[in-house]
Design a protein. Structure first.
Length: 306
């Protein structure tokens, strides 16, 4: 004998199904099916000015980095907006995914100074960041804000340091702390294996000196970890938050390092999650290394809801 379904329960179930289908339709509409359009500069439009204000406040409040509104460039492309430091270039790289869609990876360069060189000389002024550790000078720092129309977002930042008391007459040492926070708050979406990567740029040739993490690690989502690189007994230590798995790649190319986040099947974590690493490079005396910064984050339809 069949049981009758209460009309109110049926309506609630139907509303829930429709909400999920609407969310998935929004995501599908935002996935690129062909070559991505290049970044469109909207800095001087009302939309761009509003987003620059949002980005400037977010960077200062979250990371203690002072990037005034008028120092930011704002781009619009394929269902997302980005803000980053004026003078840094932004490039889109494509990769075709198994379902035939185009995945987009973004790469930005270090912030140049007025002479067009990457920041190397004077200490960088930060809003709330503590002074650089003893033996180090902070010589570069910035962030990129990457917001998707359907709600996911990713912040990508770096601090660049120069060792000031290494005692070497042959080499100089530089350290890079790259870090990111991301979230996919909308139900029915999962995070598509986001990663951050540092790549050696123009400038002095890098030689590997140190890096951390040194291996893949998996930890509960409430974990706090310590990252540290050491140059001639001078430590540079930061504290980071880790959730699930950090899958690292230390490349043979000196100065090139990736950290990728994975959680497993149906990664529908709706809270904020972080990625971070530190690396140190050795260069010839008076040489100045540079990096570019790449990242990838896409929100996909969660297969496990079907």
């Amino acid at each position: 004998m069949s049981r009758a379904t209460h009309p109110a329960a049926s309506r609630r179930r139907l509303a829930a199904i429709l909400a999920v289908l609407l969310a998935l339709a929004t995501v599908q509409a935002s996935v690129a099916k062909g070559p991505p359009a290049g970044p469109r500069d909207i800095t001087h439009t009302p939309e761009g000015r509003s987003f620059a204000l949002t980005a400037s406040r977010r960077i200062a409040e979250r990371y203690g980095i002072d990037l005034p509104v008028d120092s930011l460039t704002v781009w619009s492309m394929g269902g997302r907006r980005m803000a980053g430091p004026r003078g840094a270039s932004l490039t889109i790289h494509e990769r075709r995914l198994p379902d035939g869609t185009i995945g987009r990876m973004y790469e930005a360069t270090e912030v140049p100074d007025a002479a067009g060189r990457a920041q190397i000389g004077e200490p960088v002024e930060l809003a709330t960041l503590e002074d650089a550790p003893t033996g180090w000078q902070l010589v570069g720092s910035s962030c990129w804000i990457d917001d998707h129309d359907q709600g996911s977002w990713m912040d990508v930042c770096y601090h660049k340091y120069r060792a000031t008391s290494d005692g070497s007459t042959r080499y100089d040492y530089y350290a890079l702390n790259m870090f990111s926070t991301f979230a996919v708050p909308q139900f029915g979406l999962e995070v598509g294996d986001p990663w951050i990567e540092a790549r050696p740029g123009k400038g002095a040739v890098h030689a590997w000196h140190d890096w951390d993490p040194r291996e893949d690690t998996t930890l509960p989502c409430t974990s706090t970890v310590s990252l540290e690189v050491v140059v001639r007994e001078i430590p540079l230590t930061v504290t980071a938050s880790q959730c699930a798995t950090w899958d690292i790649t230390k490349y043979a190319t000196a100065g090139m390092f990736r950290n990728k986040w994975t959680e497993g099947f149906c990664m529908m974590r709706q809270g904020e999650t972080s990625l971070e690493f530190e690396i140190a490079s050795r260069v010839a005396q008076n040489g100045v290394p540079t990096w570019s910064f790449a990242w990838y984050e896409e929100a996909d339809i969660a297969a496990c809801i079907f």
